[in-house]
Structures are given as structure tokens and as C-alpha cells.
Ligand binder design. Sequence first.
Ligand code: ATP
Ligand code: MG
Length: 423
Amino acid sequence: MNIEQFYPLFLQSEKVTIDSRKIGKNDIFFAFSGENFNAATLAEKAIENGALAVIVEQEDFENKDNNIFYVPSTLDFLQELAIHHRNQLQIPIIGLTGSNGKTTTKEIIHAVLSEKFNVQYTFGNLNNHIGVPLTILSIKPEHEMAVIEMGANHQKEIELLCTISLPDYGYITNFGKAHLEGFGGFEGVIKGKSELYDYLKKNQKTIIVNENDPIQVEKTENYIPKITFGKNNSDYQFELFSEGNFVGLKYKEVKAVSKLTGEYNFTNLCAAASLGLHFGINFEKIKHAIENYTPTNMRSQVVKKEGKTLVLDTYNANPSSMTASLHNFITFEGSKTIIIGDMLELGEESEKEHQNILKLAQELGFNEIITVGKNFKSVNFSSESFENTAELIEYLKLNKIQSENILLKGSRGVALEKSIDFI
Ligand code: ATP
Ligand code: MG
């Protein structure tokens, strides 16, 4: 089965899915074998559920249904189909990567560009070698643009995702201390993320540059085309301000206040606003988009609970985002408790990084510091150091947190959000 032959069938389909629970009529199902499922069983079930076609690797079952297609590798076929589809699309694609803030930036860019265009974008955090092709395949004729989040935890991953999404514009949110293990230290992070720049440069595509970031500046020096923000002589100039706990940006005397907390979100907003202005959206509309975007995804989210202010940042954590988050939270008015969870995937640097964060938290002077996870436990000898979220919950059942403000931040694996109901 080759891609050109299969493509017309794809064009008739409703959507492409790899999740057997989400198969609807006229969908194309890619059967990846999981731990609990056998791809062949899933394939038969998919056809029963009305799937238009099923792609499967195994050939060891009886079903000779015309709509089941055997391929040597389901993953390769998915990626190749996405590349083929991308090549037919005549729309600009904006590719995003970086250590922190990809999803947030993607969501704000989507909100801004949607003021004028019909924009497709990465759903949730589907940013890997499967998520990116799925997003590309979800682009329909009515879409005028797309924003694609590209995640990576090792070298050559972004390079691959670029060959699938062929971005026309690219932005690296930042270079931070995330996935140090897989990338081989901070230098490795810079190299790995810069694969986006390598692609854009090779193909003469536009780079969006935060001129306050020395690494971005250095990596894009003398390169055109680019769109810049951050400095007085940048293409677009924004001023940072905050209103209460929320961050805002000012453009030519017009203020837009977001519903995001954390100064680090300022650059995320600037990138989105720059793209908006570049695509001819006036700032009043950009303001409208920024003011109406409400994070609901445990990223820089502020919620009120029984008179207390909770900052939920439990989606992920690494030393750079943790540092930024603590510096932001210390500016909140009133008493403050932090509940911080382990930062995972740090490799050799792990112990030192956890120590550094604990020290920073102590220096900043929060009223109460609670840590969750084995890594913190090995460096935090206080009584408020718990091995996991379940232990934290047991503690919270007996001890009410007194502070007016509470920050929850930790890696995905720690799942600190499970404790919210007990606060
Ligand atoms: P993932 O690798 O899980 O996909 P991501 O890069 O998509 O992460 P987000 O989910 O948008 O990042 O944000 C995660 C957290 O990173 C935020 O809640 C915030 O604490 C922090 N963060 C967001 N933007 C920035 C930024 N520009 N610089 C530093 N930290 C940031
Ligand atoms: Mg993300």
C-alpha cells in the first residue's frame, strides 16, 4: 500500500485516530499495539464501529476486509501520510518548541490568530512523533493556518518533527533546564531545540526572536527573515505590566491584561502579539484575544478556593520553570505556602537542582514550604517533606494550610493536582 494510493481515502475520512475508544464513523484508525491490546483485535473492532479504514502491522489474522491495510510500520505510515498531506496544504504553519511555555504560547497564538483566521492547532499536549502527524492530518480545507507544538527530550527529534510539519514560521520559547538527561546537559538542550532554527534557515523561513534572550539572538544573528520583539529597536515593542497577580502587555498605550500569572508569560504573550501584528491583526483584536484566553490546563492557572488564592502549575516542572514560578509567587500579597513536587528527568544534576530550588525557596522566605517526592525528600529534612502525593493528602486531611496564597507546582509524574480537594 503506498501513500499516493491511500491518500484519496484519507481525504474522504472524518478524522484520523490512534485511540480505539474514539473511533467514529468514517474515521481512519491506526492500530498501534499496546500493552493490553492486540492490534489485530482492535482493527476488527474498528471496522465494526464504522471506521473507513484501518492501518495495521500484523498480518496474522483471518479478516480479509478490504478496509484493513497492512503496512510494515504503522508509525512510518502515519508520518508519511502526514508529510504527504502537509505537502498538499498551501497554508502557513507556525512551529513551536522550547523547554517551557510551548503549550501556553501555542494556545495564546491560536487565540490571537483566530481573531482573523480559521486556525488549526495542536490539541492539548500532543507534541511528539505521533502527536505532530496527527495534528497535521487534522488540518482540513477550511483551515487557513496552523500552530504546531513540537516537544522533544532528545537530539534529532525536532529535526524529525520539522520534516513532518514543514513550518513556515518558527519560535523557540526558551532554552531551559528541562529533559537534561535525554539531551545531555544544557548545551545539548540548546543544540536539540535549535534544530528548529536549522530547518528554518535551510529553507529560508521566518524565525520569531525574543531579543531579550541572548541565545536566541546569537543563534539568529544576521539571519533574515525574522520577526523580532523584546528590545527598543525590535520590530514590535511591548511593555510589561501587571494588574494584581496577572501579567499584561502594553502596545502603543493600549493595555491588554491576561488571565495568566507569572512574568515569564510576558514573553509568551509578546510572541503571540508579534505574530498577530505581523499577520495584520490590529492590537484591539489582539487585546480581545489575550483578555479572553482563560487557562484551564494547570499551567499558570489562578483559582480562588474558600477565600484562598491557589496557583495551579502542576502540569510540569523543571529547574527553570520552578525558579520562574517561585520568583513570581513571592510577589503575591499576603501569606504564602508553596507545595512543590519533584522535578523529574534531570539525570545526574537531579540532587543538585533539587537542593538549589529548596535553597531558593528558603531564601525567598515563604511562610511554609512543603515538598513532595523522593528527590526533594533526599534533600529536605523538614517534617513537611512527603514521599508522594498520597502522603501529602493524608497530611492535608489533618492539617489545614493557613496561608492566604498557595502554590502547587511539580512534574507531571507527581500529580500534585490530586491534592487540591484536600486543601
Ligand atoms: P511540555 O514540555 O509539558 O509540553 P510546555 O513547554 O508546553 O511543556 P507549558 O505547559 O506551556 O510548557 O508550561 C509549563 C510551565 O512552564 C508553566 O506553567 C510555567 O510554570 C512555565 N513557563 C511557561 N512559559 C514559560 C517561559 N516562557 N519561561 C519559563 N517558564 C515558563
Ligand atoms: Mg506542552
